[in-house]
Design a protein around this ligand. Sequence first.
Ligand code: GDP
Ligand code: MN
Length: 386
Amino acid sequence: MDLFEHQAKELFARHGVAVPRGRVAWKPEEAEAVAAELGGTVVVKAQVQIGGRGKAGGIQLARDPAEAREQAARIIGMDIRGHTVRRVLVEEASEIAAEYYVAILHDRAGKGFLAMASAEGGVEIEEVAASKPEAVVRVPVNPLIGLRPYHVNQLLYGALFAPEARKGAAELLARLYQVFVAADCLLVEVNPLVLTAAGQVIALDGKVSLDDSALVRHPDLEALRDTFAVDPQEQAAKERGLNYIKLDGYVGIIGNGAGLVMSTLDVVAQAGGKAANFLDVGGGASAETMADGLEVILSDQKVRSVLVNIFGGITRGDLVAQGILDALERLGDKVQVPLVVRLDGTNALEGRELLAASPHDQVIPAATMLDAARKAVELADAKAGA
Ligand code: GDP
Ligand code: MN
């Protein structure tokens, strides 16, 4: 789960990482009130989970509360690279003397943590890494040892931080590491970390990716989950306890067992199609889970055909077939696309007979997985052409 900048900064502040004073606002009037409270010039920042907000016009200075309200009114509702702005962060403006980049992340290849720093802050770090790799200093950190002063010195001297920024940056990095560990983060990134004209070092931006698997340990952070940011189908699936991941294709996929679903994605690709999702209904695929799964998949407007791929082991084919039929009854005319069903394993014959005898002509049986994938892709293509 990624946090919004204002949430990241609230988390930073709890651990003593220096951030500008400010607060989130959902309405222009709120932005005006926050600006009045802060006094002086403020910056109004679009809160979306994507970079490049400045270039898109989503970051504006405002000299007084009335201007803050006007800027907020302009920014809220704005579309920034496909993300709709629903709130802004209003904070005291900073006078920037220098911009840096720092980050701490999990390094899978290195099997540890990685701390990074650069004096080329304020711009896309990927660009810096590509055009001027020597400007980005990487220091591996052993999680059992933690971030020590010698790591910090390697970062700050290696990246040529200005001497007057070193003390503040060192302190900030130590606290940022505390955030990283305490909140079970996959990534904490500050771009830009700034040295202000007054000589302070503060986090002017903040990006935090939390480890979803560790969220059970952080109910306070789990509560920050933004229902707007989550895909509606993924949200619905989560509420129903399904393992669903949305992809960008058009063939909906349901299978039992993660391995089977993954190989189903492969055969759909082999048949020239693109999968719309990954949905594993698990071992005991009951009528209810089938209906829930189908409902989630069919609510995705891009889906033009559905491929149900079930291998009966403990799961019995006849029960799955009954589940599909019950689901069709329950969903009624929500089912506007063909359903190619491949049933194999325990009681597959009984299951296929049930499907064949049903009055639902959108159910199309298939003998093998590849055959099923070909049919599903063909039907989806036909629907696109129609
Ligand atoms: P991003 O582009 O979406 O990552 O947004 P950032 O929060 O990193 O801001 C982009 C740029 O806006 C920064 O690099 C700064 O140059 C500028 N900026 C942000 N806040 C302030 C501020 O308080 N004062 C000034 N002068 N510039 C700011
Ligand atoms: Mn930034």
